[in-house]
Design a protein around this ligand. Structure first.
Ligand SMILES: Cc1cc2nc3c(=O)[nH]c(=O)nc-3n(C[C@H](O)[C@H](O)[C@H](O)COP(=O)(O)OP(=O)(O)OC[C@H]3O[C@@H](n4cnc5c(N)ncnc54)[C@H](O)[C@@H]3O)c2cc1C
Length: 554
């Protein structure tokens, strides 16, 4: 006799866990199968931000919003790929999903008034207020299950600490300038040391680790059955309906029947080399997503008659990453979210020329790079800026630069020309820096307009005036870090409707089959409108799927 449940969920990231908790809370028997030994997927590595226009906390922070403005914005962003049915489902259900989790589960969020949409000046855009972040979480609440939660990306921690975005990050950036910040950092270091001693890992979970930890706790509290190291390998169909699956476990294959249906939430295809080669125009690609995200959900859906949509102008959410040498000869990946916007940091191709407003979103940055025909670029800065802000994996003062110079992660030159030669950048870099500096001395960037919009300024340095994103590269030595193309998750995916049901080639729903998270085609049309635009829809469509499976309308 095999296993039986009402709902089988493949994958334990935000999409899968949102569906599982919602369905369980509606009274269904739910089993989550997670292929990897850890729960949490890419979600556990992420920033933990969700983009939810009209979310219930907007009033508290004095932000006004409307479904009309948000759909206008998404129409502008998605262009001809705009899907009114799914966008409307997302915008209507998103705020209710947030209310549900805040009211009934351990998942709690904090709003931000100032984290801007990525194109705030576009029609319907907002300079802040649409994004919420998972509240920091005490991992000890998970008991022994804490050890089954995927740990954060080592490259995004400082001495193993995952620094929370917002106020916590500001304390870490300012710790040598303010007594309060120094005390905060000292407390965090002592707390982390104690946690390592007693628990073998950090227990103050922040960002995406807090989100995945809170979802795991909510699933445990609700009575969701959780199986790690268990992959959904094949779907079982009867009379055109998905009724279960074959699982692959350490002990061999196991059959599970799912009376109401199956939710595919395997996190898209960032680690599927074949699909990547077919859908990405560039070859050299590095994804920080977990190695288990190999596109299983897309293959499972297709084998069950589901339609894949693979024609978005960008098949994934791009991010520039640098490769960080690890002690054992391998490389970690550092995603460059913040440093590019800092004053005194520019980006150039190997031709020595700037190509983008460096403060723009990671997705826009990479698109601009791809337009130049190159697949890598250099972030270039001077001594003042690197000591004030760090650069990529290099931390600000007083942490030393020497290990990074030694490992080859960071290159240095006494002059811009010397740096160019060391890095193999064309000496045109000297002219590019001079040209940038001419405007930067007055706080302007006439060519690329760095610092012109609210999103650029969010990550700038408010102490630098008049433009928090622009300062000359004037103090030698000069430094460079090489960045290549990576992704935060994929966009092309399984065609679904507003109920998160998988559609067949005739655009009819396949009974008993749902997709959420990055397995489902993104509603953003290949664009990246704002902070949290993958996790917001992932949890919302997970919630919609959970309710639909329980016979409830969104
Ligand atoms: C550093 C970083 C920061 C990011 N920050 C943000 C952010 O702040 N906001 C935002 O919106 N997005 C962010 N992203 C992107 C976001 O993390 C992902 O888009 C999101 O987590 C995807 O969620 P998911 O549920 O689709 O998949 P995942 O969270 O990746 O979960 C999928 C799970 O499915 C499992 N799986 C795979 N195949 C099978 C199978 N056959 N059977 C069973 N299980 C299977 C995988 O092992 C994995 O655990 C970030 C990404 C990175 C890397």
């Amino acid at each position: 006799m095999g296993l039986a449940c009402d709902v089988l969920v493949a994958g334990s990231g935000a999409g899968g866990m949102a569906a599982a908790v919602t369905a369980r809370k509606a009274g269904l028997e739910v089993l989550v199968a997670e292929k990897e030994p850890f729960f949490g997927g890419t979600t556990a590595l992420s920033g933990g931000w969700l983009w939810i226009p009209n979310h219930p906390m907007q009033k508290e922070i004095g932000v006004s919003d409307s479904i009309e403005d948000a759909s206008t914005y998404l129409l502008h962003e998605a262009g001809e790929k705009y899907d009114p049915e799914r966008v409307n489902a997302f915008l209507t259900a998103g705020p209710r999903m947030v209310e549900f989790f805040a009211r009934e589960t351990a998942v709690k969020f904090d709003p931000s008034a100032s984290f801007s949409d990525y194109h705030p000046e576009a029609p319907g855009g907002r300079p802040g207020g649409r994004s919420i972040v998972a509240r920091a979480y005490d991992g000890r609440e998970l008991g022994k299950m804490l050890m089954t939660l995927r740990p954060p990306l080592p490259e995004l921690t400082v001495f193993g600490i995952m620094i929370g975005s917002g106020a916590e990050l500001v304390h870490f950036m300012r710790w040598s300038k303010s007594v309060a910040s120094a005390a905060f950092v000292a407390r965090r270091l002592i707390g982390h040391g104690a946690a390592m001693l007693f628990h073998g890992r950090g227990v103050r979970l922040t960002n995406g680790n807090a989100l995945a930890g809170r979802l795991l706790k909510s699933a445990l509290d609700a009575g969701v059955r959780l199986r790690a190291s268990t992959a959904v390998q094949e779907l079982v169909r009867q009379n055109g309906r998905v009724t279960g699956a074959v699982l692959r476990t350490d002990r061999g294959e196991e059959r599970v029947s799912a009376r109401k249906g199956v939710v595919l939430a395997c996190g898209g295809f960032p680690q599927d080399a074949q699909r990547r080669a077919r859908l990405f125009a560039h070859r050299e690609h590095f994804s920080p997503a977990p190695s288990g995200n190999t596109g299983d959900g897309l293959r499972l859906a297709q084998a069950a008659g589901g339609r894949l949509e693979e024609s978005l102008p960008n098949a994934a959410a791009w991010v520039p990453v640098s490769r960080v040498p690890r002690g054992d000869g391998s490389f970690g990946l550092f995603p460059h979210f913040i440093d590019r916007a800092k004053p005194g940091v520019i980006a150039v191709t190997s031709k020595g020329l700037r190509f983008v407003n460096e403060g723009n979103s990671y997705h826009d940055f990479v698109q601009a790079l791809l337009k130049t025909g190159q697949t890598h670029a250099w972030l270039v800065t001077d001594h003042r800026a690197i000591r004030a802000y760090g650069l990529g994996f290099v931390k600000p003062r007083p942490l030393p630069l020497a290990p990074h110079l030694k490992s080859g992660y960071l290159l240095r030159g006494e002059t811009v020309g010397e740096l160019a030669v060391r890095a193999g950048i064309d000496v045109a870099l000297e002219g590019a820096v001079e040209k940038y500096n001419a405007g930067a001395r007055m706080g302007s960037d006439p060519i690329f307009r760095k610092g012109d919009n609210a999103y650029n300024r969010f990550y700038g340095d408010p102490d630098i005036k008049p433009n928090p994103c622009v300062a000359p590269l004037a103090q030698p030595p000069f430094y460079a870090v090489r960045v290549v193309i990576g992704d935060l998750g994929t966009y092309d995916g399984i065609a679904t409707n507003g109920h998160a049901q998988v559609l067949d080639e005739s655009k009819r729903p396949i009974c008993g089959l749902y997709a959420a998270g990055n397995d489902a085609l993104s509603i953003m049309g290949g664009n990246y409108p704002g902070p949290g635009i993958t996790l917001g829809p992932a949890m919302t469509f997970g919630w919609i799927a959970g309710r639909h499976l329980a016979g409830q309308q969104p």
